[in-house]
Design a protein around this ligand. Structure first.
Ligand code: FE2
Length: 279
């Protein structure tokens, strides 16, 4: 498979058509719902997923989720600790080691097709650092503010690539991703640092977010978007009547130095191509 890597270099993102089949998307969507039923959530207020820094930094549950399958509630899913909808409609995302610990997610995350795609990243030792299943339900899940993934997964030199896979059509209406083309050449603005049992944000550069340059990228079910470590991106609130499920993987080059003060303690899964593999 030939991918347009020159476009990735130019824009900082790349659309990959039909990375997964519709059947594979359906399998992941079904499995994610099962996980919501199977996995217990300890406490509503301690793990609400919210882009407001103050809430996230206090979440011990979040900090320990790098090598687990953990559930995070949507920003608007509770009222002072009480859920306003049933659990299935309240969970915003599942993270961060689905790729390693859940057999259904692991099979698709580590497939030959995924390895073939990742082989194009020109990494010496590509490995999955984290995975997330994102429901983005209407009403209960919030917007995601403009950010760069390198803030959360920093390596020296920078190597992180995000793979964002639409598991249903992602549209303007239901909160598709917005990206700022070419802005991967702008500086990394901040890093989220882990310090003891909490995290803090360290400003690296005061450049404003290029919010006026953001363009929406609508994706068909099964298609994916690759995101450069420094590419500013965001998603708006889901105004439709249906969820906007997505599965994301973040790949880093293990040949680089993965900063020891990154928030996450990853469950590493290497993605080299298997010798003699076909298909
Ligand atoms: Fe992101």
């Amino acid at each position: 498979m030939n991918y347009a890597w020159e476009l990735y270099a130019q824009n900082g993102f790349l659309e990959i058509d039909d990375l997964l089949t519709h059947e594979q998307c359906d399998v992941l969507n079904k499995r994610a719902k099962e996980i919501v039923h199977e996995v217990e959530v300890p406490d509503v207020l301690s793990n609400v997923f919210d882009t407001e820094k103050s809430k996230r930094i206090q979440s011990e549950y979040f900090l320990n989720s790098g090598d687990k399958i953990s559930l995070f509630y949507g920003k608007y899913a509770h009222n002072e600790g009480n859920l306003v909808v049933e659990k299935l409609k309240a969970i915003d995302k599942i993270g961060h080691a689905l790729h390693a610990l859940d057999p259904v997610f692991a099979e698709i995350s580590q497939s030959e097709k995924m390895r073939e795609l990742v082989a194009g990243f020109a990494m010496a030792k590509p490995a999955i650092a984290q995975s997330m299943y994102i429901f983005k339900h209407p009403h209960t899940c919030g917007e995601v503010n403009c950010h760069q993934d390198g803030t959360y997964l920093f390596t020296s030199p920078e190597s992180t690539v995000g793979i964002w896979i639409a598991l249903e059509d992602a549209t303007l209406d239901n909160g598709c991703l917005w990206v700022a083309p070419g802005e991967h050449n702008s500086p990394l603005r901040e890093r989220m640092i882990r310090q003891d049992d909490k995290t803090l944000f360290k400003t690296l550069d005061n450049s404003p977010w290029p919010t006026d340059k953001l363009v929406p990228i609508e994706l068909k079910k099964g298609s994916a978007l690759l995101l450069h470590s420094r590419l500013p991106h965001a998603s708006m609130i889901n105004k439709s009547t249906r969820s906007r499920p997505a599965y994301t993987l973040h790949i880093v080059d293990r040949q680089t130095e993965f900063s020891s003060d990154n928030w996450i303690r990853p469950f590493w899964t290497h993605l080299e191509q298997r010798k003699g593999a076909i298909g």
